[in-house]
Design a protein around this ligand. Sequence first.
Ligand code: NDP
Ligand code: MG
Length: 378
Amino acid sequence: MKKIVILGSTGSIGTQTLEVIEEQKDDFTAFGIVGGSNIDLLTEQALKYQPEWVGIYDETKYQELKNRLPESINIVAGERGVFELVSHSGYQILVAAISGIAGLKSTIKGIEAGKVIALANKETLVAGGNLILDLVKKHNTYLLPVDSEHSAIFQCLNENRKLKKIILTASGGPFRDYSEAQLQKVTLEDALKHPNWSMGKKITIDSATLANKALEIIEAHYLFDCSYENIDVLIHKESIIHSMVEFVDTSILAQLGYPSMKLPIQFALSYPNSLITNWKSLDLSQIGTLNFSKPKSYFKALSLGIEAGKKGGSYPVVYNGANEKAVEFFLNRKIGFMEISQLIETALNQIPSFKINSFEDIEHIDKTTREFLVRGIR
Ligand code: NDP
Ligand code: MG
């Protein structure tokens, strides 16, 4: 029985992880669940899944949570409380599914406690890069990808065959067929309508700008030790091929399935084994056609992210921080869709580059970037 702690249990990945745990009761159990501030859903989850521990980041909700849950469940609140739970010796796998850089510190705590990290939170690796990889090595543990593309690559890789290239597929989001002129006019409502995936708001906007694909390129670079030159992006609107690898002999392997995060979540939890499910098998005869194309150059968040990744140092941290803040502005209707990439570009051009030696440096640059954006739109 694998015992699991979920950071971000009240989110899209978190709730699907709990569904997987329920479907595979003989193999997995929820040892702990942690939410940000959604106390209603967290209470519902705690009563349904009966974890030993429940955590909530928002400390003001501690007493209310305590009133609602039976005494048999341990409750922690605030960052310190969550760290205590993450460091607990009673479980093995930490699902890192908080959205954004907010998930960085708790993931670090999990690594330091020697937990296997099922990593959904790509922002952690984008900003943390080699510092995260070094920490993972130091604590003798490993990262397992939950992001569907990275899970696909991970499933295709073969240690005996030398890798030539990674081909990351992308649905292209709701605007993949839009002209540059059409893109200027899109609204928040349009951007939140993802054609294939139901996800949290931040990643849904990232999918519309293609910033998500840039973050995934950087994530793939670190996870699979692959140079940026050898990572290609392919727009594939059906989201059936979740990504591919090409070996040096030009043989290409792909992983296919209906678009659902449950498989990558389950595979990270069951790794190295596969578990029987009652999910519908992919019927390619029903799908009929799979389409592929190159991303359009006016999705600037993609090229800016790739450039930031290649430059390294503080650039990916600035890219990530500027993107998060700009998406927050867009979600709050303070800026238009095209301004997201414009703000990222300005931040990358104007914030001086730093060498990164510690996680404190990352926090500092992230904070500087957010302040820069706030000044920029005032
Ligand atoms: P959601 O927005 O649906 O959920 C985010 C979770 O994080 C919620 O539990 C939320 O708590 C919590 N949270 C948010 N901000 C904070 C904060 N500042 N402090 C503490 N907790 C916080 O996001 P997703 O599930 O969509 O995404 C999670 C991560 O997984 C992201 O990094 C995303 O890029 C990645 N991912 C997601 C995919 C998907 O299909 N959804 C696919 C691949 C990767 P609460 O709501 O209680 O406040
Ligand atoms: Mg993905």
